[in-house]
Design a protein around this ligand. Structure first.
Ligand code: NAP
Ligand code: 8YV
Length: 311
């Protein structure tokens, strides 16, 4: 196909190989001067493939008169200005479902790491500290109360896994869902009820700083916060204050407000487990996401229905 596909940043080989075979690809991250390169090809770009965190601004879209489709390599598309895309008639797709298991596995792994201090224990073993005495006792996760904030596709997958750990599951979202878990339409009440609050909503303006001092107060000194959604959903400065002052027990985080920068304070605390936004990051899942990005773009140009359109 002679369509021009602009790939904004490095993506898995599986996707790049497919894209190279079917489109005239332009790999932005390989160019020395990205702005100059965009300027050179902007009138020819038919499609964009983009990692979830990469900002697609109105300015960029308006600069590309032939742009028909933006395929996001991620389910969260908060970095793309959807309203602008709609107004310009540009289609936007994402990668739902194929990453549910992976992200839910990571959320549960974070909970286990936080409760059982597994990362600290690993460091204790590696540094031979055991010869000086046993590792301190930790806290049991099985049977605790879990509050899921955002009972969507991934939220459900997290809840199902938590059931295997005999957790009682509660949730908050704007609308009650057809699930067996207990619904709280008030987030503060949910935070008061549970031991662990796990955030898995979309990012963007609607959810910005949803987790604030009031929610953290309600979660309380024994409460654990897990975030596998977007950094923007939590008031990060406030969270650091609550962790530093032991106003909540601990946090397990995969996402941050200004990625890839993680505040030094978060790194220095012993009541955090920090991951570098890897919740969906296995070869299998990233290949499935890449396949979906490719299939959406291919379908568009073959005039077939899009598989996962969000605009
Ligand atoms: P989804 O199926 O659309 O579920 C999102 C849920 O959030 C829905 O149940 C929605 O229910 C709820 N929600 C939306 N706005 C809300 C608000 N203001 N307050 C409370 N609840 C709200 O999406 P998904 O596929 O599960 O993915 C969820 C998000 O996870 C993505 O958008 C992405 O940001 C994040 N994610 C992160 C990673 C990672 O690597 N860390 C990987 C994948 C996804 P209502 O509409 O009823 O409120
Ligand atoms: C991706 C994600 O790692 O799907 C999402 O929303 O956050 C992750 O799966 C991210 O989008 C990078 O492409």
């Amino acid at each position: 196909m002679d369509k021009n596909l602009l790939i904004m940043s490095q993506m898995p080989k599986h996707f790049i190989d497919l894209a190279d075979r079917h489109f005239n690809t332009h790999k932005l991250w390989m160019k020395d001067d990205e702005d100059k390169f965009i300027d050179k090809i902007k009138s020819n770009v038919d499609a964009i493939a983009v990692m979830g965190g990469y900002k697609i601004t109105p300015e960029l879209m308006k600069n590309m008169p032939n742009l028909k489709i933006i395929a996001c390599y991620g389910v969260g598309y908060d970095a793309i200005d959807i309203n602008c895309a709609k107004s310009l008639g540009i289609k936007v797709t994402n990668t739902p479902e194929v990453l549910n298991d992976e992200v839910a596995d990571t959320a549960i792994a974070l909970m286990l790491c936080v409760y059982k201090k597994l990362v600290t224990a690993d460091n204790f073993a590696r540094t031979n500290s055991w010869i000086h005495g046993d590792f301190p006792l930790t806290k049991k996760f099985t049977g605790t109360k879990l509050g899921v904030v955002g009972m969507g596709r991934i939220g459900k997958a997290i809840a199902e896994r938590a059931e295997a750990f005999k957790c009682q599951v509660y949730y908050h979202s704007r609308n009650q869902k057809d699930v067996k878990y207990v619904y709280y339409n008030n987030l503060i009440d949910l935070a008061k009820e549970v031991d662990t609050l796990c955030i898995i909503t979309p990012g963007g303006k609607e959810t910005e700083k949803l987790i604030n001092n009031e929610v953290l107060d309600a979660l309380g000194k024994e409460g654990v916060l897990i975030n596998v959604a977007r950094g923007s959903v939590i008031d990060q400065e406030t969270l650091i204050y609550y962790l530093e002052n032991k106003l909540i027990l601990a946090a397990g985080l995969d996402v941050y407000t200004n990625e890839p920068n993680i505040p030094k304070k978060l790194m220095s605390l012993d009541n955090t487990v920090l991951l570098p936004h890897i919740a969906s990051g296995t070869v299998e899942t990233r290949n499935a996401m890449g396949q979906l990005v490719f299939d959406n773009i291919k379908n568009y140009f073959e005039e077939k229905p899009l598989i996962s359109a969000v605009a």
